[in-house]
Design a protein around this ligand. Structure first.
Ligand code: CU
Length: 432
């Protein structure tokens, strides 16, 4: 089996940069190669192309309406940059001089704000305050030296509720020029939330509370690509949140990680503490790192349970414990095909393969190895494998013998004195 060839030293990256190697904007987020020195991985997403012109790293963003698929079968018109939503990830190196042209092809005026970037005031992109808005058809020029490193974001700062709610958002990664901390896999994930009514062709940016599509890099599970890692690799996950109203506690199974950086800068090692969940506030980035020493398929998801549901899981009457009796039969006289749902929760919905309206998906559910996965929305999978020939989705994890939860054998129950008819009573927890 061929070893993975994905590593490039910082020197090679800089050398490539110096000769003006442009990154492909829409290459799949896989291994780096000399033609593509980027080391970041943007699952489901893209990286911006650029060129060197007289010592300036030149980018061009075009704000426009784009067709976007949030999950299989759920499409909408949203606003993005360069044909994609979120916009392509901008990758800079500390010390670069960057120039970003922004062309507005929207009917509305817009601006671009460089979130967390230290720059001259007039380049900050706040409509009305630091510049006039970019009108339809105009191209503005932003330029500044890159004085810092880390994980940042860019977004419209004109009619923010509408424009960020429609998707005018993207991530920025800045590599340190000197002594970069080496990681093997460097993932970039942006969190966002949407209200897309069933049958609607555009999300509703006026929504304040009832978001029904929660996304990682613009995708709701089962539309999310897994994060593929080889056992033993050092992993960095950069999370940004430009949701309208919700912070997202992102939980990783199987690992303890450290919060190493925010958009305010790196956290000194002495101040880092271990976590299993990192709260990514609206308008902030959080970067975590860990060594992927445990192979498997590990869930990575928002721990707000309503954020791992898709469109139809919201605003549903509480039917838990309800005995519907012959209700279905009676209602079907009026509404053919009627079925009472939710008496045992929502998990069953994932299995019923009920027809759903056009341009919508069931509230939960994706195919898993063992059963249906009863989650949707802001959910993906970290796939850690001992052997990989590429970072393409390796399929489901093969659990080693004796390491998979399954039906208890009669012999096990007898050996351990378990009588399923007579479970032990809970003991008092207090002193009294
Ligand atoms: Cu959330």
């Amino acid at each position: 089996m061929k070893p993975l060839k994905v590593e490039l030293s910082r020197r090679e990256v800089l050398a490539s940069a110096a000769i003006g190697t442009a990154l492909a904007a829409t290459k799949p987020a896989l291994a780096a190669s000399p033609a593509n020195p980027s080391r970041i991985v943007v699952p489901n997403g893209t990286r911006a192309s650029w060129k060197m012109v007289n010592g300036w790293k030149v980018f061009h963003l075009v704000a426009e309406e784009v067709d976007h698929e949030f999950a299989p079968g759920v499409k909408a018109k949203v606003w993005g940059y360069n044909g994609v939503m979120h916009g392509p990830t901008l990758e800079w190196v500390e010390g670069d001089r960057v120039r970003v042209y922004v062309t507005n092809r929207l009917d509305a005026p817009t601006t671009v704000h460089w979130h967390g970037i230290l720059l001259p005031n007039g380049m900050d992109g706040v409509g009305g305050l630091t510049q006039r808005a970019i009108k339809k058809g105009e191209t503005f020029k932003y330029e500044f030296p890159v004085k810092q490193s880390g994980t940042f974001m860019y977004h419209s700062h004109h009619d923010e509720m509408t424009q960020m709610g429609m998707g005018l958002t993207g991530m920025i990664v800045i590599h340190p020029r000197n002594a970069p901390k080496r990681v093997d896999r460097d993932f970039v994930l942006m969190l966002h939330e949407w209200r897309l009514d069933v049958g609607a062709s555009r999300p509703n940016p006026n929504e304040m509370t009832e978001f029904n599509l929660l996304t990682i890099n613009g995708k709701a599970f089962p539309g999310t690509e897994p994060l593929v890692v080889k056992t033993g690799e050092r992993v960095r996950i950069r999370l940004g949140n430009l949701s309208a109203m919700d912070h997202h506690p992102i939980h990783l199974h199987g690992y303890q990680f450290k919060l190493v950086e925010t958009d305010g800068g790196p956290i000194p090692p002495s101040a880092q503490w271990p976590e299993t969940t990192v709260l990514v506030n609206v308008g902030s980035t959080r970067t975590i790192e860990f060594v992927a020493d445990a192979p498997g398929d590990w869930a990575l998801h928002c721990h707000m349970t309503h954020h791992v549901m898709n469109q139809m899981g919201h605003g549903f009457p509480n039917m838990i414990g309800v005995n519907a009796g012959n209700l279905d039969e009676r209602v079907r006289k009026l509404l053919p095909g009627y079925m009472t749902m939710g008496q045992n929760g929502m998990g069953e919905m994932a299995e019923m393969h009920m027809p759903v309206p056009d341009n919508s998906i069931p509230m939960v559910g994706g195919a898993g190895k063992h059963d249906v996965i009863t989650m949707g929305g802001m959910f993906t999978v970290l796939k850690v494998r001992d052997r990989l020939t590429s970072y393409k989705d390796p399929g489901w994890y093969e659990n080693p013998p004796g390491t998979l939860a399954d039906v208890a054998a009669t012999g096990d129950l007898q050996r351990d004195g378990i009588d399923v008819e007579k479970p032990p009573a809970a003991e008092r927890g207090g002193d009294a």
